[in-house]
Design a protein around this ligand. Structure first.
Ligand SMILES: NC(=O)c1ccc[n+]([C@@H]2O[C@H](COP(=O)([O-])OP(=O)(O)OC[C@H]3O[C@@H](n4cnc5c(N)ncnc54)[C@H](OP(=O)(O)O)[C@@H]3O)[C@@H](O)[C@H]2O)c1
Length: 296
């Protein structure tokens, strides 16, 4: 199996490449930078450049594209002068890839987010729910990317994830460890609920999907229950051996961020098991393995 992965300089793409290499598949990585120190099979690709996408994909002729590249700076995406760029990357870039996958008749795995929903209520979101109502620019552009995939292809997986952490990039855990080292106490929101996703564990699932033909919409995070960012921070400090005090605050008390955030990021993952996929380990176990991999 030959697989082209986008966004390999980021958290998820990096781990997907490692998982493919580990399993002996032919993996070609791509990202916007000219070169990459980690992977020998690497090609520079700006996904907003339709001609470049066509030319790279047509020459690689992958069996599967795992599309991890995205604009992920959620607050910055709200700036008036950034909106067009965010659309170009998350929506047009995804459509560019989908159109060539159609020509090649290859599989496409698109990584999306719970931000396509409005984040209200307390029920877990079903992967086939169509009540889309993104709260911010990032969510809208990722949703439009999903629609471009679903409208153009039959052989696709749309996999929504949340609260992502991986070795290769910035994330909540790294931020909290830095802050927790400097200050005796930190305030963390306790009314946004979800489950973290360790990219190392997700990469295993995505390669299992690449091997299968159980197409459709999926939700995938680690197991271990739904928690708040406050709960997550308490466990991060506990496992890291920090004595930093964690104070729970509401989103309102914490103060507004530029982009509205969903309160309910609970994702129903039961379809994974129904369709024969192995679920991810618990987030507590993932955190413990992650802390052994990073320096803090
Ligand atoms: N992070 C989260 O909490 C989260 C939550 C839910 C869903 N997701 C989704 O999960 C996927 C992976 O996320 P991640 O955290 O691994 O993202 P990430 O670390 O930000 O990596 C994304 C990569 O895409 C690259 N990229 C940006 N614009 C590009 C372009 N025009 N052409 C080619 N590459 C480009 C980025 O390069 P630059 O850094 O140079 O821009 C970066 O290397 C994304 O689809 C994201 O939307 C993430």
């Amino acid at each position: 199996m030959k697989v082209l992965v986008t966004g390999v300089n980021g958290q998820l793409g990096y781990d997907v490449m490692n998982e493919l290499n580990k399993r002996g598949y032919e993996a070609i990585g791509s990202d916007i930078t000219e070169s990459n120190d980690h992977f020998s099979h690497y090609v520079q690709l700006d996904i907003t450049d339709q001609e470049a996408v066509e030319s790279v994909l047509m020459s690689v002729k992958p069996d599967v594209v795992v599309h991890c590249a995205a604009w992920t700076a959620v607050d910055l995406a709200e700036d008036d002068d950034k909106v067009e760029k965010v659309k170009a990357v998350n929506t047009k870039g995804t459509e560019n890839i989908a159109l060539v996958c159609k020509k090649l008749d290859c599989k496409m795995i698109y990584i999306s987010t719970d931000y396509v929903f409005n984040g209200q209520g307390d029920q877990p979101w079903d992967p086939d729910c169509k009540d889309y109502a993104p709260l911010n620019v990032y969510g809208q552009t990722k949703l439009d990317g999903e629609l471009a995939v679903a409208h153009n292809l039959d052989k696709y997986f749309i996999v929504r994830i949340a609260w992502v952490f991986g070795i290769n990039g910035k994330n909540f855990i790294k931020t909290m460890l830095n802050v927790g080292k400097k200050y005796p106490q930190v305030k963390v929101v306790c009314d946004q609920i979800g489950t973290p996703t360790y990219t190392y564990d997700l990469a295993r699932l995505l390669v299992d999907m690449a091997e299968s033909d159980q197409y459709g919409y999926y939700h995938a995070t680690n197991e271990g229950g739904y928690i708040s960012w406050y709960d997550f921070t308490v466990e991060i400090f506990k496992q890291a051996g920090y004595t930093t005090e964690v104070l729970p605050v509401t989103t309102e008390e914490y103060g507004l961020s530029k982009a509205a955030r969903p309160f309910n990021s609970r994702l129903d993952k039961s379809k994974l098991v129904k369709n024969g996929f192995k679920p991810l380990p618990t987030w507590q176990d993932a955190l413990s393995r992650y802390l052994k991999e990073i320096e803090y």
